[in-house]
Design a protein around this ligand. Structure first.
Ligand code: ADP
Ligand code: MG
Length: 252
């Protein structure tokens, strides 16, 4: 798939971030086209989560630009509060830990943000939520509480909940790494289905089968830098950077 002709949906240029004296992201550049699927991998501590969190403006950054379809074009992440809220509305995020509200049912978890921030009516939000719960194959659990579900089911709810906001970009930060092994595949299957539907996705994951199956490009990060960007077949079969090879040697 080529996306060269299009203006990118997401454009990251010259991104630098520090935590105090620690230089966590170094000159990160990444353009993501609409419909593109990116897998980000790299050793623990290499800055993957920090990058994802900067895209969603959960973290501030000191240098560079992250522009989502024209939003957030001011340098250094100095977007206004309204612009940040708009970016967050358009960017869905799924974390390692599901972060569902435990005192709300699955359906209530799904309709809260659409009612509050998209001002959808309860009827509209519920109809949409039920449709998405069906899509992640969990329609029959709508009235349960998160604690009554398995980890894999909770993560699928978290994906449906993010989709309820009708995001233009989905970010996944190691969505399967806290799951029992037998539940990993059901969550990956959900992500594959989402990719097949054309969702633009950036997924931090070490699930290399998933990367090979759906990624247009694999981004390898090490010590705050992007060291290599390549189609999955090239990255896995002939990584160019020595540290990519080391990393793959450890995880494959
Ligand atoms: P990864 O997701 O690739 O494992 P992170 O983005 O979580 O890496 O972290 C990158 C580096 O930044 C790590 O060295 C981590 O300790 C550091 N870091 C992350 N968050 C903070 C924070 N809030 N304060 C200070 N250092 C942080
Ligand atoms: Mg991380």
């Amino acid at each position: 798939m080529t996306h060269k002709a299009e203006t990118p949906l997401l454009s990251i240029t010259g991104l630098n971030k520090w935590f105090g004296a620690y230089h966590a992201l170094r000159d990160v550049d990444l353009q993501v086209a609409k419909g593109e699927r990116i897998v980000v991998c790299g050793p623990s501590g290499s800055g993957k989560s920090t990058l994802i969190r900067c895209i969603n403006r959960i973290e501030r950054f000191e240098e560079g630009r992250i522009v989502l379809d024209g939003l957030g074009s001011a340098a250094r992440g100095r977007a206004g509060q309204r612009e940040i809220e708009e970016i967050r509305r358009q960017v869905g995020m799924v974390f390692q830990h599901f972060n569902l509200f435990p005192h709300m049912t699955v359906l209530q978890n799904c309709i809260l943000a659409p009612m509050r921030s998209l001002r959808e009516t309860r009827a509209t939000a519920e109809a949409h939520a039920r449709e998405l719960l069906a899509r992640v194959r969990i329609a029959d659990q709508a009235d349960k509480y998160p604690g009554q579900l398995s980890g894999g089911q909770q993560q699928r709810v978290a994906i449906a909940r993010a989709l309820c906001m009708r995001p233009r970009l989905m970010l996944f930060d190691e969505p399967t790494s806290a799951l029992d092994p037998e539940m990993v595949q059901e969550v990956l299957d959900t992500m594959v289905a989402l990719a097949e539907d054309g969702m633009t996705m950036i997924c931090v994951t070490h699930e290399m089968g998933f990367a090979r199956q759906v990624a247009d490009r694999v981004v390898f990060m090490d010590r705050g830098q992007i060291l290599e960007v390549a189609p999955p077949a090239d990255f896995f079969d002939s990584p160019r950077h020595e540290r990519s090879r080391e990393f793959l040697g450890r995880i494959l």
